[in-house]
Design a binder for this molecule. Structure first.
Ligand code: FAD
Ligand code: NAI
Length: 470
């Protein structure tokens, strides 16, 4: 009789992104036997390979180049001619990715998570077949298969001239001209990278502002930064309808959303960055008794259980913000529940960061979201031009905005455009998570002179109407 080779685990995790690999480690730490299945030869998913890590590496490198070229002289540092080695910048990015991915492989070994490289497909509600490998039996299964870039009708991606963020992170040259369709997080970060290196950039954004998911004032401040610093052309309320690819160029037809004459733009590359969609291709969900919703997401309940209770889904493949740290929080939540703990999860506490310079960061409600809910709020705002530390650093652009409940003073949201906003937002995260009031934030004895003092000032303004230093 033919016996199928089946290996048994407490938990099988499909997908090794920041959702999957973190879930695997946490479950193993808590005593579960864990198998991790990844279809690529490299662990870490979108974030480590073609997302967070390579994009932040190029953002940091390009920012240093831009600073040296444009701002060192303001500090009295006079350099000779500054030139760019794109090849070296890319090589450093590759090295950082390699090290980071290697770190995940090490962590898998350290935590005795068994890794299977190959496409994972459901055979039944408890079995996952790995292409070229064994069939795995899991008492529990986590689907952490992530997301892929959304396509745009009429603009077929050829990965050569019409590209996604993946290709944009490894272009063979610094383009002379680039059009970015979509003024969201990817659009704005990529415009900063290439804008700093001298590319002539046009952003085509469907809505009437950049970063539509974030605070409206932040979107406007970012538009001013991109236009003012890098000469980016921003076409708000426009969309791209058709593209024609030549040997070394793309001709794009762009039209105003509300009607009007179309414009033709020629560029070396067109980057399509109009969002991402959940990825479940080839997973054979139906064999496990599962289906996706109308947006391709796997429906889950508040415990992140799918319609089949021992199968969970986390990260970009379910609802909620498509962010690495959110995926990891999901993963830790499920792993801890499987180990009998009682963690909780609240997406309102998850911060969003855009790693341009100055940085943009936010947590909690936006004004728009509160208005939509008909919930009253008070606003306190403090500009960085009134901060001594910001003047010392020559970083006076941006602001901190704090939203608070007018009756209880509860902190409802924090929005920052400014230097080191990505790290400062952690104060807002703690405030939202622990139910702090705006006054609680004001009363934190934060060091002087720091950028963080602006948080206290904005909190006092939200709580009592006026900050101290303005
Ligand atoms: P993924 O990271 O997408 O991982 C899914 C994994 O599953 C992949 O490795 C995939 O190969 C594997 N897989 C899929 N199907 C199968 C299968 N059937 N069998 C086996 N394996 C399978 N987020 C941030 O928080 N901060 C940032 O700075 C940031 N920057 C970004 C920059 C860019 C350019 C992009 C594109 C994204 C960025 N993100 C950022 C978003 C972040 O990358 C995602 O939110 C995060 O990777 C989602 O994690 P995940 O584990 O859900 O999925
Ligand atoms: P996004 O949702 O941030 O932005 C997409 C933008 O495209 C929106 O502004 C939208 O209005 C616009 N758009 C949609 N259709 C359009 C059309 N036809 N014409 C013109 N504009 C159009 O998605 P993005 O930038 O692709 O990023 C995908 C995901 O990756 C995001 O959810 C984000 O959270 C994540 N990410 C996170 C980063 C970070 O945390 N720093 C960095 C990069 C990506």
């Amino acid at each position: 009789m033919y016996l199928r080779r089946v290996q048994r685990y407490d938990l099988i995790v499909i997908g090794s992104g920041p959702g999957g690999y973190v879930a695997a480690i946490r479950a193993a730490q808590l005593g579960l036997s864990v198998a991790l299945v990844e279809k690529y030869p490299s662990l870490g998913g979108t974030c480590l390979n073609v997302g967070c890590i390579p994009s932040k590496t190029l953002l940091d490198s390009s920012e240093k180049f831009y600073e040296a070229k444009k701002h060192f002289s303001e500090h009295g540092i006079l350099l000779g001619e500054i030139s760019l080695s794109w090849e070296k910048m890319l090589a450093r990015k590759g090295q950082v990715v390699k090290q980071t991915v290697g770190g995940v492989e090490y962590l898998m070994k350290k935590n005795k998570v068994e890794v299977f490289y190959g496409w994972g497909r459901f055979v039944s509600a408890n079995e996952v077949a790995v292409d070229g490998g064994p069939t795995l039996y899991g008492k529990n299964i986590i689907i952490a298969t992530g997301s892929k870039p959304s396509p745009l009708p009429g603009i077929p991606i050829d990965k050569k001239r019409i590209i996604t963020s993946t290709e944009a992170l490894s272009l063979p040259e610094v383009p002379k001209k680039m059009v970015i369709i979509g003024g969201g997080v990817i659009g704005v970060e990529m415009a900063s990278i290439y804008g700093r290196l001298g590319t002539e950039i046009t952003i085509v954004e469907f809505l009437d502002r950049l970063l539509p998911g974030m605070d409206a004032d932040a979107g406007e401040e970012v538009r001013r930064i991109l236009v003012g610093d890098y000469g980016v052309k921003v076409l708000l309320g426009h969309t791209a309808e058709a593209a024609e690819v030549g040997e070394k160029e793309v001709r794009l037809q762009v039209s105003p959303r509300k009607g009007g004459e179309p414009v033709k733009i020629e560029a070396d590359y067109v980057l399509v960055a109009v969002g991402r969609r959940p990825y479940t291709e080839g997973l054979q969900l139906e064999k496990a008794g599962l289906a996706t919703d109308e947006r391709g997401r796997i429906p889950v309940n508040e415990h992140l259980q799918t319609a089949v209770p021992h199968i969970y889904a986390i990260g970009d493949v379910i609802h909620g913000p498509m962010l690495a740290h959110k995926a990891s929080e999901d993963g830790i939540f499920v792993a801890e529940r499987l180990a009998g703990r009682k963690p909780h999860l609240d997406y309102l506490q998850v911060p969003s960061v855009v790693y341009i310079w100055p940085e943009v960061a936010s947590v909690g409600y936006t004004e728009e979201a509160l208005q939509k809910e008909g919930r009253p709020y008070r606003v306190g705002k403090f500009p960085y031009r009134a901060s001594g530390r910001a003047r010392a650093a020559h970083e006076t652009r941006g602001f901190v905005k704090v939203l608070a409940d007018p009756k209880t003073d509860q902190l409802l949201g924090m929005h920052i455009v400014g230097p080191r906003a990505a790290d400062l937002i952690s104060v807002g995260v703690a405030g939202i998570a622990y139910g702090a009031s705006a006054e609680d934030i004001f009363r934190l004895p934060l060091a002087h002179p720091t950028f963080s003092e602006a948080l206290k000032e904005a909190a006092l303004a939200a709580s009592e109407g006026a900050p101290i230093h303005l």
